[in-house]
Design a protein around this ligand. Structure first.
Ligand code: IMP
Ligand code: MG
Length: 195
């Protein structure tokens, strides 16, 4: 019997990679004060850890979007449920995402943000499922190349669950998880995976 899930990126790998990303961003934006924009909800954990590795006077802001159907059906068109609080005109903006899959959502979001005339606009994504890309886009800062499997943890959810799993897990048996959404409870903080 195959396990339902297994760790692909452990918490220590994630921590180290974010440290590196933070150092790179710090160097690239020296003398500037970028605005880091997170797309709720998944990207919020990554943003919180990332900003503590960026040694610059950054600002943070959040956006919340809702899709019309799945990413592919909606062709990336999204409705902005919560917009940024601040005007990004003339600012250096870094969009911080948990995962870029087809890229449809993000490319739509980027065109919206670009129309507000930021001084610069870059993407920082923790995970890049490059083989799934439909909408081409440049990810200037990338944490890890992600295998083409459904992943959860570190902000990523399965039906709003498991965002608080400290590691990133690959789900090998989605059907089993749909059948029993409690299957991954052993991976929650403080629990010890039995598998
Ligand atoms: P895209 O428009 O296909 O790039 O969709 C990206 C969004 O889909 C991400 O911000 C996630 O919210 C969600 N997503 C994509 N792949 C996964 C996954 O493997 N696990 C959990 N959420 C995912
Ligand atoms: Mg997301």
């Amino acid at each position: 019997m195959t396990e339902v899930a297994s760790v692909v990126f452990g918490r220590e790998d994630i921590r180290r990679r974010i440290e590196e990303l933070g150092r790179t961003i710090t160097g690239d934006y020296e003398g500037r004060a970028p605005v880091l924009v997170s797309v709720l909800k998944g990207g919020s954990l990554f943003l919180a850890d990332l900003i503590r590795e960026v040694h610059l006077p950054v600002a943070i802001d959040y956006m919340s979007i809702s899709r019309y159907g799945g990413a592919a059906e909606s062709m990336g068109r999204v409705r902005i449920v919560k917009d940024l609080d601040e005007d990004i005109g003339g600012r250096d903006v870094i969009v911080v995402e948990d995962i870029v899959d087809t890229g449809l959502t993000l490319s739509y979001l980027l065109s919206t943000l670009r129309s507000r005339d930021p001084a610069s606009l870059a993407v920082c994504a923790l995970l890049d499922k490059a083989v799934r890309r439909i909408a081409p886009l440049t990810i200037r800062y990338r944490g890890f190349e992600c295998p083409d499997v459904f992943v959860i943890g570190y902000g990523l959810d399965f039906e709003e669950r498991y965002r608080n799993v400290p590691d990133i897990l690959a789900v090998h048996d989605l059907a089993a998880l749909r059948e029993d959404p409690d299957l991954l409870l052993p991976y929650l903080p403080g629990e010890r995976p039995t598998a």
